[in-house]
Design a protein around this ligand. Structure first.
Ligand SMILES: Nc1ncnc2c1ncn2[C@@H]1O[C@H](COP(=O)(O)OP(=O)(O)OP(=O)(O)O)[C@@H](O)[C@H]1O
Ligand SMILES: [Mg+2]
Length: 218
């Protein structure tokens, strides 16, 4: 609510915007994360305390920020929860944002490919390249074929060159955990990982898998 001097209280403009849904829907936030906010992110590990602090700081201080964010960590520690919460915070401050799960984005680009002109629809790509703040969820999850790498490189390089803020989440760590596991560099290539060092602050999130709370046997 906001106070209008001499007249009373009314629904704040940020809530009106939310209710109308237009830009909020344009951000393409997944339904599953409707209830995600900073205030219901619980912290079981010091890395989560730090991740929450940096996420809130980003949402409050954008555009006076130096770099985007790269949340890394195992499953269910709340990386996407935090990324979505940032977009909601930014949206309430009036910034236009966009959310994409990387695999879904690659599929949309692939589906829009025109075999006659050998080009993809700019309708899919342009908003991704131009969004003020973009979340790319699950970086590295798609099988790293040449096409996937080229497309990722095009998106990331364009945003890098235009100094646009991008927030990534990934399950892949920089350090090799064991012989069987791949690193983020293995998945996205050394050149892209290098750009991300400059584009993003890496935030390692550790903690229990929150989804296990829904295990009925517990
Ligand atoms: N620390 C937390 N506090 C509150 N809810 C959480 C927390 N961590 C995760 N959740 C909830 O658990 C579910 C899974 O979280 P989320 O998708 O953000 O995890 P993730 O780290 O992105 O996992 P993945 O690596 O599998 O993508 C969501 O419903 C999210 O809101
Ligand atoms: Mg996730």
């Amino acid at each position: 609510m906001e106070i209008v001097p001499g007249r009373g209280a009314r629904v704040c403009s940020c809530q009106r915007q939310k209710a109308s849904g237009s830009s909020f829907e344009k951000a393409k936030l997944p339904q599953r994360y409707n209830q995600c906010h900073f205030n219901n992110y619980t912290t079981a590990d010091p890395s989560q305390v730090k991740a929450l602090r940096l996420a809130i700081q980003f949402a409050n201080e954008y555009p006076a920020i130096e770099r985007g964010l790269l949340f890394t960590g195992t499953v269910g520690v709340g990386k996407t929860h935090l990324a979505v919460s940032i977009l909601k915070g930014l949206y309430e401050r009036g910034f236009s944002c966009l959310f994409y799960e990387f695999g879904a984005l690659l599929k949309e680009i692939q589906d829009s490919y025109n075999s006659n002109t050998k080009t993809s629809e700019l309708g899919v790509l342009a908003p991704v390249l131009n969004a003020e703040v973009l979340v790319l969820d699950e970086l590295g999850a798609s099988k790293p074929t040449d096409w996937v790498r080229d497309t990722m490189a095009h998106i990331i390089n364009t945003r890098y060159n235009n100094k646009k803020a991008t927030i990534f989440t990934t399950n892949y760590a920089d350090e090799r955990q064991n012989d069987r596991e791949e690193t983020l560099e293995d998945r996205i290539g050394v050149r892209l990982r290098s750009r991300l060092y400059e584009m993003c602050q890496t935030i390692e999130v550790k903690g229990p898998d929150y989804r296990r709370k829904f295990d009925a046997r517990r």
